[in-house]
Design a binder for this molecule. Structure first.
Ligand code: FES
Length: 110
């Protein structure tokens, strides 16, 4: 993996998100109430809602448009909803947010 520094964890509020532009499009970084960080596609597979403007609860995010809920670990829609968002390896090191550049690069070539 090649880790890319994309900012500081304090750039993202608790229960909030921040968007970074990548070769594969906008990726949202979500910070949970427990200060975990997840990276996933910012675009909802239903009708393109901006998931970074959704509500983060537990390890899930609810789309702001029609309330679909996605598990941030797997990207899978929950309940009766069908669909999935891409997720990306991300980690925090000395407060810095690092995303796996190989993962987002591979997707752009697919
Ligand atoms: S666009 Fe996300 S639930 Fe409809």
């Amino acid at each position: 993996m090649s880790w890319i520094d994309i900012g500081h964890i304090e750039d993202i509020p608790l229960h909030g998100a921040r968007v970074v532009k990548t070769p594969v499009g906008c990726v949202a970084l979500f910070r949970t109430g427990a200060a975990e960080v997840f990276a996933a596609d910012d675009r909802c597979p239903h009708k393109g809602g901006p998931l970074s403007e959704g509500i983060v609860h537990g390890q899930s995010v609810t789309c702001p448009l029609h309330n679909w809920v996605f598990d941030l670990n797997t990207g899978q829609a929950q309940g009766a909803d069908e669909g999935r968002i891409g997720t990306y390896p991300v980690r925090v090191e000395s407060g810095r947010l690092l995303i796996d550049g190989d993962a987002i690069g591979k997707r752009s070539a697919a």
